[in-house]
Design a protein around this ligand. Structure first.
Ligand SMILES: C[S@@+](CC[C@H](N)C(=O)[O-])C[C@H]1O[C@@H](n2cnc3c(N)ncnc32)[C@H](O)[C@@H]1O
Length: 282
């Protein structure tokens, strides 16, 4: 595979194409965005930030990096890679990871595509600067952006496939940047996901299905493929349990007593229950 730099970046202020100029990207209206020393570009206009440090904190990012590097979610990554390769068209392609976190899955995808003989540009985008900085350390050939799913700062109809894993899909923004027939791969927790840990930290466990697709359908998406992956992890030790709690919203929702109970655990094996849904843009 040849991994190309993305050439479909758009100014987040006026939507015009961005072109490289020195250590910056610039649009024809003169808006400029610095390429950071680590290689990422911040395309999140200050006025679009809802808080000073939006998204995951450095602490959460580091916890996720350690947990993912331990391999507990590697089967999820393998299934993503297989689905992406099945649903990508032939020829040169552009894949965008919306809410890429610290870049584990996109980096794994780039390795899986290696040797496939195709040309690709891979774009990882996250609203959290600490996540994007961590992602640049994983892979220098991926185009990493600080940006929001609300305004992904990519040219209309320029993306073949969007990956949205345990994230926050914005269907109208995604429909705008996908090519006609482009795909959206949603990866979400199923009802049994991490059930053993949830039973420890919550007095009552709700087994909710993944989010519904009504909004996606309203934006012209159609469900074309759906798969479930269920397996048991190997044993997590105390530090890995703490990392998992830190990297998921459970940490914020659990009661004090729940967190105390989790802190007492020496080890635990967990059920992973994940749903993969591929939607096609009409
Ligand atoms: C649960 S994490 C999942 C990260 C990664 N997809 C993974 O599975 O490892 C959600 C990610 O979405 C990011 N995020 C939250 N709101 C966002 C938005 N509006 N646009 C882009 N990213 C966002 C967070 O900073 C965080 O990295």
């Amino acid at each position: 595979m040849q991994l190309n730099r993305a050439t479909n970046l758009a100014c987040p202020l006026d939507g015009l194409p961005l072109a490289p100029a020195e250590r910056q990207l610039r649009c024809a209206n003169g808006h400029s965005f610095d390429i950071a020393r680590q290689g990422y570009v911040n395309l999140l206009p200050v006025q679009n930030k809802k808080s000073r440090e939006p998204g995951d904190s450095t602490d959460m990012v580091e916890a996720r990096r350690r947990f993912l590097d331990a391999g507990f979610y590697e089967p999820i990554s393998r299934q993503v890679n297989a689905l992406v390769q099945r649903h990508l068209p032939t020829g040169e392609v552009c894949v965008m990871d919306a809410g890429c976190g610290e870049g584990y899955y996109l980096d794994q995808l780039s390795r899986a595509l290696d040797g496939s003989g195709r040309e690709a540009s891979l774009i990882g985008l996250d609203i959290a600067k600490p996540a994007v900085i961590a992602a640049t350390r994983r892979n220098k050939d991926i185009t990493w952006l600080v940006a929001s799913n609300n305004n992904p700062a990519l040219l209309p109809q320029s993306v073949d496939l969007i990956l949205c894993m345990f994230g926050f899909p914005i269907y109208d923004a995604f429909a705008k940047i996908l090519k006609p027939g482009g795909k959206l791969l949603l990866v979400d927790a199923g009802p049994e996901h991490l059930i053993e840990l949830r039973e420890v930290i919550y007095p009552e466990v709700r087994k909710s299905p993944p989010p519904g697709l009504d909004k996606a359908r309203q934006e012209g998406f159609e469900l074309i493929d759906s798969q479930t992956l269920t397996y048991q992890t190997s044993e997590l030790n105390r530090a890995q349990i703490a990392d998992l709690l830190r990297m998921t919203p459970h940490l914020f929702r659990a009661t004090h007593a729940g967190k105390e109970a989790a802190a007492q655990l020496e080890s635990i094996r967990l059920t992973v229950d994940v749903q993969f849904r591929v939607l096609e843009r009409g």
